[in-house]
Ligand binder design. Structure first.
Ligand SMILES: Nc1ncnc2c1ncn2[C@@H]1O[C@H](COP(=O)(O)OP(=O)(O)OP(=O)(O)O)[C@@H](O)[C@H]1O
Length: 262
């Protein structure tokens, strides 16, 4: 387990494989018969270390389903999902996963929550304390550390939940709608930190996040995977997608490439 962000090479798994995310021909549905909802149909893409990859799609496109499959919280009906070359169930130690409502214990303070999850990852209390200090500035946690989580505001709880997801300094980071509910200052601070994490100085992490907010994706993502109705419509950098769609911006490119109503 890495505790400091000291690595300058591509983020690797302990086995040496690049810490990429690989999704191949994944299908996932819910329910049966006439009530069946096909959330994902033949979804394939890769996310690479040292890059921020965005999964961009409208409500109900299948983003959360896909991220939950990658976190090993659900199983696909068909297809393969791997993290750093390992099946997701064997790669949990490499993954930091954040989703709204990711269970924090409301009676514990932010520090106690982080310590608890750090211990679950096999960290010593000294390592945990150092890591809490590292995360406090970028996630603006200093004033929260010794307050119970329960009465904290939504944005405060989200920042602690993000810190909890990153406590073990994972090589692969998956964030479901990470800026939802954050104010402008927190969003800007988070963007800077996510950009740092994928830099050489920050350890070339592999970072995948989902969003339905075009300008958020345009500001943050190196690569964008466009998803609509459970299918990947296209992928590439924002300039590549705009060029392919002959569109002036990502919003127009999204409408053209996915056929979604504007
Ligand atoms: N547990 C479930 N049971 C039945 N249907 C589900 C379940 N979870 C998701 N779905 C359906 O699967 C489809 C994809 O949902 P998902 O939550 O993955 O989309 P999303 O892109 O994350 O949407 P949003 O941006 O609104 O969060 C939707 O039609 C949703 O109603």
């Amino acid at each position: 387990m890495l505790v400091g962000n000291s690595s300058n090479g591509p983020a690797d798994s302990p086995g040496g494989s690049p810490a990429s995310i690989d999704v191949q021909h994944v299908h996932k549905g819910y329910g049966r018969g006439a009530r069946r909802v096909q959330a994902l149909s033949d979804v394939s893409f890769q996310a690479m270390p040292g890059q921020i990859t965005a999964l961009l799609g409208p409500n109900g496109a299948g983003k959360t389903t896909l991220l939950r499959l990658l976190a090993g919280l659900q199983l696909p009906d068909a297809g393969q999902l791997s993290l750093a070359g390992l099946p997701v169930q064997q790669a949990r130690h490499l993954l930091g996963f954040y989703s709204e409502g990711c269970g924090l214990y409301p009676r514990l303070t932010a520090r106690e929550n982080m310590r608890y999850f750090g211990r679950l990852h096999g960290m010593t209390d000294t390592q945990i304390a150092a890591r809490i200090q590292q995360l406090s500035e970028p996630l603006d946690l200093l004033r929260l550390l010794d307050r119970p989580i329960g009465p904290c505001s939504l944005g405060e709880r989200m920042r602690v939940a993000l810190a909890r997801a990153l406590i073990h300094d994972p090589a692969i980071i998956i964030l479901d709608e990470p800026t939802n509910g954050l104010d402008l200052a927190s969003v800007r601070r988070l963007r800077r930190y996510l950009r740092y994490l994928v830099s050489g100085e920050g350890g070339n992490k592999c970072l995948l996040f989902s969003s339905h907010v075009m300008h958020e994706v345009a500001k943050l993502a190196d690569e964008v995977v466009l998803i609509a109705q459970g299918r990947v419509a296209d992928s590439g950098s924002v300039p590549e997608l705009c060029a392919r769609a002959h569109a002036p911006d990502l919003e127009e490119a999204f409408v053209t490439l996915t056929g979604q109503p504007g």
